[in-house]
Design a protein around this ligand. Sequence first.
Ligand SMILES: Cc1ncc(COP(=O)(O)O)c(C=O)c1O
Length: 472
Amino acid sequence: MSTVDLTPALTSPRALAATRERISLVTEAARRAGSYLAGAAHRPVAPGPDAVAALDVFRRPLQDGRIDAREVLAELDAFGSPATVAQAQGRFFGFVNGGVDNAAAAAAVLAGQWDQNPSLPVGSPVASVLDEVAAGWVVDLLGLPHDATATFTPGATLANLTGILVARDALLARAGWDVHERGLFGAPPIRVVTGEEAHVSILKALRLAGLGVGRVETVPTDARGAVRVEAFPDDTDALTLVILQAGNVNTGASDDFAGIIPRVHDAGGWVHVDGAFGLWAAASPALREQVAGVELADSWGTDAHKQLNVPYDSGVAIVRERADLERATAMQAAYVASGDARPLMQLGLQMSQRARGIETWAMLAANGRDGVAELIDRTCAHARRFAERLEAAGAEILAPVALNQVLVAFGDAATTDAVIDAVQRDGTMWAGASTWKGRRAMRISVSDQATTRDDVDVSAAAIVACWAAVRD
Ligand SMILES: Cc1ncc(COP(=O)(O)O)c(C=O)c1O
């Protein structure tokens, strides 16, 4: 306890009023959030044009004076809530957006009030412990080496960037080049090999890492979008960075890790795996065969905000050797005490950061191993059901449904685009467009825990009805 009498600080009218006001506002925000959730399933998935046009209310010059926080909250709810994409129900199938698990959602509310900065344990003992526990559980669930180090990031793009930076510095260090001291100018060139289906965020990460995009060698992929093992170069060396994929963003297919990684390692190279959503197949006994051998890699990037249904934003970078991660990301400052077991600012790209591990901890604590596997299996079963329904109605499924992604064409490109447009305007569900091996496709991604079989059935029926309307 304090050595001084805290009474004046605790009982001053100003302090009491500020606390009461905060409690009242947070309670009001929770009430409004509840009303929003109650209405989400009853409105079109995408906001209507009127709701979007009404957002103009926010486009005003910043006024000089204060506005009461309650009024600000009311305005946010009145004009913001109707202009959201209704993700808080089970019929948004765009991108791979995931959804939000109940325990993770509740933890986010409480942790939001905690406002912890977990960059050092002294900044938040609870965030540090939960981060450590959640990171360990993620490594365990994904079947990765038990002593690998996981660190939360804002998403898979930065998780992949982390892995690529770690790989770059490790490969160059082994070649006798210290990136920390000398930068990249004059460094021995690193050869980068990816599948031709590498996600665009990998290219962005390579550019940010100074490895360039134009010099990346791409390996052809098969009809599922997985790297052709027989086409993989057999002359990689100790300065080669190979980036493989668990979960093609269009088809969900994964590369043949067991067939490729040992070859790269025999030559001394590094393998990073982008498993933004597909790596979670490893958490399902029924699906893990699809990513067999992924544990052989040196680093991995994944998301918690996709298949795991943790709120935005939350990714995870995982590195086999902690020393490699620290070489790339550690920093020193006079005001930072050394000796912490897990100083997050030394284990990733950020210094100050959101205490992301808390939400993943809550999700995993509530669902357990079986609950996570069931969630992954369920979304994948829904994707297969989508494909069956649409195929039965005469649509063309362009690639086998490996995990949770469905690619469907409705005849030629113009018709497919027209169906997608009609579906988005109809509002029953939302799915986006993609192009797969030259074919225009609707891409349906099932990654929200809220999706039920009924959601799949009404959504498939809406698609078929929109297709009929387009044909007419
Ligand atoms: C395969 C793959 N890699 C990387 C990303 C980027 O993830 P994020 O948006 O979390 O940065 C995505 C996003 O969909 C993805 O599907």
